[in-house]
Design a protein around this ligand. Structure first.
Ligand code: ADP
Ligand code: ADP
Length: 235
């Protein structure tokens, strides 16, 4: 079955209904692009998938295990602590630790949260830095990197946790236009590796090219869902 399932998802902020009954499946190895107008609820939807936003109603399940709004997993259900280890996230504004080097940023999670030995983690971090093309930046601080480089570090940091699913929320929207391509290229590589991803993006030709399916969100609902060809007519 699907790795993530969403049923009847609702999210309101006070009286403002932002997500209005969304049903969605994400399958292993699939790249799902989430597109739609600004303010339509894309970011809220994707943030609900790892409980960064708490849904007002509805069900989310990870590998058939119901997601519960608590830290610890119990019974057959999964809490947000375990959920976030399986479901990684990359943000529009990078969220790197400014006082840590690139290597320290990438190693922090696996060492502090997963309690993996630093040496093994650093070895994996170097592989990831190679993958995102930043081996020479391992000792640099985020402030000394371009936006595109910061975002590639943020992707490497998310991957260092060995997620089964990666959520990307407008990861190129804060970048200067000439830096967008280098980040999209990394995401393309991940897609080719079979990484399961849900990607909120305004990059239509990229979505058309890389996504297996595209969900068009409008007014907090899925207005269209299908192949890139069927949903994006004029990339
Ligand atoms: P999108 O990602 O499609 O631009 P968002 O999910 O960011 O849309 O926002 C959807 C709607 O929810 C917008 O009207 C936004 O102003 C509102 N919204 C988002 N976060 C909050 C919040 N924390 N409190 C109140 N309203 C919010
Ligand atoms: P993004 O472009 O990443 O969606 P936004 O500028 O929409 O970012 O939102 C930034 C933050 O402000 C988010 O945490 C979002 O939840 C919150 N937010 C967005 N719209 C509103 C709103 N109308 N009222 C309160 N908080 C909001």
């Amino acid at each position: 079955g699907p790795i993530l399932t969403v049923r009847g998802l609702e999210k309101s902020y006070n009286k403002l209904r932002v997500i209005k009954g969304v049903d969605l499946d994400l399958h292993r190895g699939e790249v799902l692009a989430i597109i739609g107008p600004s303010g339509s609820g894309k970011s809220t939807l994707i943030r609900c998938l790892n409980l960064l936003e708490i849904p007002t109603a509805g069900e989310i399940a990870y590998e058939g295990r119901r997601v519960e709004n608590r830290f610890k997993s119990r019974g057959g259900n999964i809490g947000c602590g375990e959920l976030r280890r399986h479901v990684g996230m990359v943000f529009q504004h990078f969220n790197l630790f400014p006082h840590k080097t690139v290597l320290q940023n990438i190693c922090e999670g696996p060492v502090a949260v997963l309690k993996e030995p630093r040496e093994a983690v650093e070895e994996r971090a170097m592989e990831l830095l190679g993958k995102v093309g930043l081996l020479d930046k391992r000792d640099a601080y985020p402030n000394h990197l371009s936006g595109g480089q910061k975002q590639r570090v943020a992707i490497a940091r998310a991957l260092a946790m060995r997620p089964d699913v990666l959520l990307l929320d407008e990861v190129t929207s804060a970048l200067d236009p000439e830096l967008v391509g280098e980040v999209l290229q990394v995401i393309r590589l991940l897609a080719n590796d079979g990484m399961t991803m849900a990607i909120v993006t305004h990059e239509m030709s990229f979505a058309a090219d890389v996504a297996d399916r595209v969900a068009f969100i409008d007014g907090g609902q899925i207005a269209e869902l299908g192949t890139a060809d069927s949903v994006i007519r004029n990339p």
